[in-house]
Design a protein. Structure first.
Length: 97
């Protein structure tokens, strides 16, 4: 599976750019979710709106006009390296007992 870099800039196959803010887990299913920020103004949502998508979907390929490509392609490295210990980027939400 492809690697996801916190803080990196990714281009969606439709052309817009997003910054990956972090990875979290869905509260019910614990599925990994990517939290990412739009680097443009989305009508009705404003500048730098936050979005969430399943990590598996974020990293998958799509077929557009018969051509397979990445849904999100990394186009810029993070401004500063991410601490791979998990601090400051990944949030694990554990279900209550």
């Amino acid at each position: 599976m492809k690697n996801l870099e916190i803080g990196a800039i990714y281009k969606h196959y439709k052309g817009n750019r997003y910054e990956v803010v972090g990875v979290a887990n869905h509260s019910e299913t614990l599925e990994e979710m990517v939290i990412y920020k739009a680097l443009y103004n989305i009508k009705g949502y404003g500048e730098n709106s936050l979005w969430v998508r399943p990590k598996e979907m974020f990293l998958e390929n799509v077929i557009v006009n018969g051509v397979e490509m990445e849904r999100f392609e990394k186009v810029e490295q993070p401004a500063r390296p991410h601490d791979s210990s998990g601090a400051g980027g990944e949030i694990l939400i554990k279900p209550s007992k």
